[in-house]
Every structure is written in C-alpha cells, then in structure tokens.
Design a protein around this ligand. Structure first.
Ligand code: FMN
Length: 183
C-alpha cells in the first residue's frame, strides 16, 4: 500500500525555488509515497460568511486535503513567517467548525530562503499553525534549505548532496506516516 502525500508549494511565482524543490521530490521519494500537488493559488481568503455556499476552490482544497494521507509543505520565508496563501489554505481546510481536516494529519515542513538561515522562522511559524490546527508534524530531521540558489546547478538539477539529504527526509517521513497509519 502506498501513502498519498499532498504537496503544498508556498510560492506562486513561475521561477520559484520552492517549486523547483517540490518538482525534485518525486524522484527522491520512496516507492511507498505518491506525491501530488495541492494548489493554493486560487483560494478566496477565508471568510465564514461564504460557508453557506463554499467557493469551488475551497471545496477542491478540502477534498484534496481529506483524500491525502499526509501533507508536505515546501515554503519560502516571508517576513519571518510564511506566505499568506499558505496560512489561508490551512485556515480554509480547518473550517467549518467540526470539519477540521488537519486533526491527526501527518505533515512535513521544508523551508527555504535566499539567505543563510534557510527559512527557520518561517518553518517555526508554520509548525505553530499546524500544531494549532491539530496536525502532527515530523519533528526530525528538520529541513532548512539556506542559500537556496546554491542548491541547484544553475537552471539545472538540484545538487547531489541536497538530493541525498531530502531522500533521507522523505524516507523518514514515510516511517513517520506509518506510525500513525499502519499499513
Ligand atoms: C514578501 C517577501 C518577504 C520575504 N521575507 C523574507 C524573510 O523574512 N527572510 C528571508 O530569509 N527571506 C525572505 N524573503 C526571501 C524569500 O524567502 C526567498 O527569496 C525565497 O527563496 C523565495 O522563494 P521562491 O523562490 O519559492 O519564491 C522574502 C521574500 C518575499 C517576496
């Protein structure tokens, strides 16, 4: 049996490093993980008044989260936190009351930034929100991809060391998921 892992890419720009990282993960994941992107760019900002007739992108997101065994986030740090779109997606999938889809959901946070700290503050902000919404997050190994531009061979592939690191992280994530969702 394989686990279905939804991948949330925290940046919407075409040349995003988050996306380049996410695009690399498929080839690094163990056979037991099947990765599929969960789009967040089209979600109206959460507003409880809209619940009476939930917008179609909210319904799609909720279905994607519900049908994923686990969720993996690849996020840049924005102003020492996470991009607003990522927070909005978590908010949308946590509502309406009684239908919080995050409760007990295994999650993995991969943070990256242009600078040396690798999105540490953004990662912590995301983990705080995930804990608050009831998700469970892989505690170790932590993923802070600093000086992200140096982790790719120009416009080409991710450098081998980082590929090996992320291969190990994904193997650990599979073990983590299996603890909560035995095969
Ligand atoms: C609005 C905004 C805020 C940012 N704030 C931070 C920050 O607080 N710390 C940091 O290290 N980098 C910050 N950055 C830089 C991004 O994290 C960095 O360029 C990242 O690699 C961009 O990810 P992407 O290529 O996936 O879009 C910020 C970028 C933007 C657009």
């Amino acid at each position: 049996m394989t686990y279905k892992v939804g991948v949330v890419v925290g940046s919407l720009r075409a040349a995003s490093y988050s996306r380049r990282i996410a695009n690399t993960l498929g080839s690094l994941a163990p056979a037991g993980l099947v990765l599929n992107e969960i789009a967040i760019g089209d979600l109206p900002i959460y507003n409880g008044d809209l619940e009476a007739e939930a917008p179609a992108p909210w319904q799609r997101l909720r279905n994607d989260i519900q049908t994923s065994d686990a969720v993996l986030f690849v996020v840049p740090e924005y102003n020492r936190s996470i991009p607003g779109g990522v927070k909005n997606a978590i908010d949308v999938a946590s509502k309406p009351n009684g239908k919080n889809l995050w409760v007990g959901k295994p999650t993995l946070v991969m943070a990256q930034s242009a600078g040396p700290l690798g999105g540490l503050a953004g990662s912590f902000a995301l983990k705080q929100t995930l804990a608050g919404s009831g998700a469970i997050t892989l505690p170790h190994p932590e993923v802070y991809l600093g000086r992200v531009a140096t982790l790719f061979d120009g416009d080409g592939p991710m450098v081998p060391d980082t590929q090996e690191f992320l291969r190990g992280v994904l193997a650990g994530f599979e073990t983590f998921i299996a603890r909560f969702m035995p095969r």
